[in-house]
Ligand binder design. Structure first.
Ligand code: NAP
Length: 287
């Protein structure tokens, strides 16, 4: 049972966790903070938070659990503001999509990695943002990855693990570098490609016709290009080495496909498409 959960950034991710913990009876008071009073008022009206303040340092007072759910590019400024005020007994965790960058931001803000800081990342989300998009079932049967640092106390890890489990999630652990490589492949590259494809098509002269005839396949492939551009800019910029490595790999494969089309190499296309279909059917239909 969490007595006071302070959520910094009451949007889709923070709001959904608050809703889930309330439903599970796993939290006493939920305090919200962010930049805009109107967003926080809306969160209170929706019953997601009990009270709010735009003063980040005041928001963490009295908390036994603090969740950072702001875009990864905003983490360091927020951390520097709360670091001097964070109660010694509070566990600090985050939901950022990149882990190496958040850990380094914590190290810079606190001057060291605190024992009560547990990095985390829920592998759940939608293309919608803001507290209005939050819902209690977002984490049900979804994975949450914790990437404990060498400084983490076992008790802090247990408390964060139990919080996500109370929200319905399955919690796993891995090291931050591994997390950033896996997520570059499974999430960051696909988002980049979806944004890039829609942007390319939207710049074409006959774009009206292109989008008028866009059917199921186009919608399936590009749904995630409706995600928040600023959030994804931050993610791409904060996972640079892993994302560049994935892009190089994909670029080489794309070039090879181009050559196959240019040289009427249907066998190569069939081989790639068959291999891809088998892999997707095997891995994605087992979810
Ligand atoms: P969101 O719906 O846009 O919510 C972000 C919240 O952060 C808003 O309430 C915003 O409120 C606040 N905020 C933004 N900048 C801030 C700043 N500088 N200082 C204080 N508060 C600030 O975004 P989200 O989808 O919940 O994402 C939150 C985090 O979860 C990100 O780190 C993201 O990488 C991660 N994540 C997202 C997904 C996903 O699919 N969406 C999945 C897993 C993890 P104000 O505008 O009022 O400040």
């Amino acid at each position: 049972m969490i007595k006071q959960l302070t959520i910094i950034g009451v949007g889709l991710i923070g709001g959904s966790l608050a809703r889930a913990l309330r439903e599970a009876g796993a939290v006493g008071e939920v305090v919200g903070t962010g930049r805009h009073v109107a967003h926080l008022q809306q969160a209170q009206k929706l019953g997601v938070i009990d009270r709010y303040t735009t003063d980040l340092a005041a928001a963490v007072q009295g908390a036994d659990m603090v969740l950072l759910a702001v875009p990864v590019g905003a983490m360091e400024v927020v951390l520097r503001t709360i670091a001097p005020q964070l109660p010694a007994e509070a566990v600090l965790t985050d939901a950022g999509s990149t882990k190496g960058s958040v850990i380094e931001a914590v190290r810079r803000a606190f001057g060291e990695l605190p024992a009560n800081f547990v990095p985390g990342h829920p592998i759940a989300g939608t293309e919608n943002s803001g507290v209005e998009a939050s819902f209690a079932d977002l984490y049900r049967d979804r994975r949450v990855i914790l990437t404990p640092t060498e400084a983490c106390s076992a008790d802090a890890v247990t408390r964060v693990r139990e919080m996500w489990q109370a929200a319905g999630a399955e919690v796993t652990e891995m090291d931050a570098e591994h997390h950033d490589r896996v997520l570059a492949a499974t999430s960051h590259l696909p988002h980049l490609l979806a944004f890039a494809l829609v942007d390319t098509l939207a710049k074409m002269d006959d774009k009206q016709e292109i989008f008028a005839y866009a059917a199921g396949g186009f919608r399936d492939f590009t749904r995630i290009a409706s995600s928040d551009p600023k959030m994804w800019r931050d993610i791409c910029m904060h996972n640079e080495p892993a994302l560049l490595a994935m892009l190089d790999c994909f670029e080489a494969d794309l070039k090879r496909l181009r050559e196959a089309i240019a040289h009427d190499d249907g066998d190569y296309l069939l081989e790639v498409f068959s291999h891809a279909k088998a892999a997707r059917d095997r891995f994605c239909d087992n979810e």
